[in-house]
Design a protein around this ligand. Structure first.
Ligand code: PBG
Length: 334
């Protein structure tokens, strides 16, 4: 039986290919754009001077001592890349059970925030609030008898957040996944008159295999067990909405999903259910995966990277934290 309702030459009114017939038209009807304004560049910091060491599992990404960090930020600003998320690599001897180094006035991290804001007040500095880089257990909370304590951890996270605000942080980003931390931090910031410091909450942060290279960069892997009692189960979507709703009620200014690529549905879901801007973290393992394939000549670098970033934007992310941020601007790929 011929079920076609029309014959091809007469009646095909809709031919979507017409809108793809030239570069000019393709660009005219393009729905999603990525620009420098959407990007946040994560940067790793180490102690010392003149330091610049490449992360083995993240080709092209380095740990910088503060002097070189300032040079790196200056070169990014020249490219129109204005937002940075800082992460510290802390010497093992400075780690303890309560992450005390995280709020010590002269710690590497707090010095770095102050220096960046002093030299580049116009740059937007995002700071990471979590215990793991400073914790001798390598976890995001206080560990007792193999358990991660929630409410006791909030106090330390609060001290960190307040210290970051005092050093000039623009946006505080709690990445620990303790319950109630957004409300706790918001309240503490407000009590201390930091009502203008924003909170970008890692709302839906999954217990992911894709953080491996980041933990190499910071030497911050858990010393025992895993993070499944606080980071989310990759199989869950509705739970992400619960987390996002709570963070919004507690005063978050941005809701983040992390990682990005295996969780585009979660980005879209949260975007459809909030008026707040949504951020997505295109994490270290996603970067490593792309770079490894490119090094082998298996993918076209420019096309693969811009497709990844466009996909994350299309899913609904306003801000993308990505290790590709500088290279896409340096190479004028956007
Ligand atoms: C830790 C933290 C992690 C990342 C950002 N903050 C790792 C983890 O939870 O173990 C991962 C970022 C990346 O993989 O690029 N609080």
């Amino acid at each position: 039986m011929d079920y076609r309702p029309w014959t091809i030459d007469q009646n095909m009114l809709q031919r979507p290919r017409r809108n793809r017939k030239s570069e000019v038209i393709r660009q005219m009807v393009q729905e999603t754009h990525v620009s420098a304004a959407n990007l946040i560049f994560p940067l790793f910091i180490v102690d010392g001077t003149f330091q610049k060491s490449e992360v083995a599992s993240m080709p092209g990404i380095f740990r910088y001592s503060i002097d070189n960090l300032l040079r790196e930020i200056e070169s990014c600003l020249k490219l129109g890349l204005n937002s940075f998320d800082l992460f510290p690599n802390i010497e093992e001897s400075l780690k303890d059970k309560y992450a005390t180094e995280s709020h010590r006035e002269q710690s590497l991290y707090l010095r770095a925030i102050r220096e960046v804001k002093k030299n580049f007040p116009e740059a937007c500095v995002v700071t990471d609030v979590a215990m793991d880089p400073y914790s001798s257990d390598g976890h995001d909370g206080i560990v007792e008898n193999g358990e991660i304590l929630n409410d006791e951890t909030l106090e330390i996270l609060g001290k960190m957040a307040l210290a970051h605000a005092q050093c000039g942080a623009d946006i505080i980003a709690p990445s620990d996944m303790m319950d109630g931390r957004v409300g706790y931090i918001r309240n503490l910031l407000d009590e201390n008159k930091f009502t203008n410091v924003s909170i970008m909450s890692y709302s839906a942060k999954y217990a992911s295999a894709f953080y491996g290279p980041f933990r190499d960069a910071l030497n911050s892997a858990p010393k025992f067990g895993d993070k499944k009692s606080y980071q989310m189960n990759p199989a869950n979507q509705r739970e992400a909405l619960l987390e996002a709703n709570l963070d919004e009620l507690e005063g978050a200014d941005y809701l983040m999903v992390k990682p990005a690529l295996p969780y585009l549905d979660v980005i879209k879901l949260i975007k459809d259910n909030t008026e707040l801007p949504v951020a997505a973290y295109n994490v270290s393992g996603e970067y490593a995966m792309i770079k490894a394939a490119i090094q082998r000549g298996w993918l076209n670098e420019q096309r693969a990277i811009t497709e990844v970033l466009t996909g994350i934007r299309r899913a609904g992310a306003s801000a993308i934290l990505t290790y590709h941020a500088k290279e896409v601007l340096e190479n004028k790929w956007l």
